[in-house]
Design a protein around this ligand. Structure first.
Ligand code: SF4
Length: 112
């Protein structure tokens, strides 16, 4: 028995696949970010770079270049979108940092 596949069915399945494949990519991307362990502020490298999980708690005296507008989500090293609550950081490989965090390596993300 041979089953005929209509052109309409092929187009339909293509449209369905086209809808789901990007969604699968988004799920995989957020799962990868969620799989990263949060950076521990007590980590020796984190301490050396004065990393804090909340930029509002930066010691301004010890970090005179710090400005209140600086936070991980606006940093060039932040691997997520500005709206992501946490994301990877190019400085702390394999760890996630919170959007509201900060460290001495902060540099303005282009366009942020
Ligand atoms: S390098 Fe940027 S994104 Fe990474 S912890 Fe420091 S301020 Fe946050």
């Amino acid at each position: 028995m041979q089953r005929k596949i209509s052109r309409r069915a092929i187009v339909k399945s293509g449209l369905i696949a086209g809808t789901f494949i990007p969604a699968i990519g988004l799920i995989a991307e957020s799962a990868a970010a969620a799989a990263l362990a949060p950076l521990d502020p007590k980590d020796p490298t984190a301490q050396a770079l004065s990393f804090v999980t909340d930029a509002a708690k930066v010691d301004a005296k010890a970090n005179p270049t710090f400005k209140p507008t600086q936070k991980c989500s606006t940093c060039a090293q932040y691997q997520g979108k500005a709206t992501d609550a946490t994301a990877g950081c190019n400085i702390f490989a394999g760890k996630s940092v919170p959007a509201g965090g900060w460290c001495k390596v902060w540099a303005q993300k282009p366009g942020a």
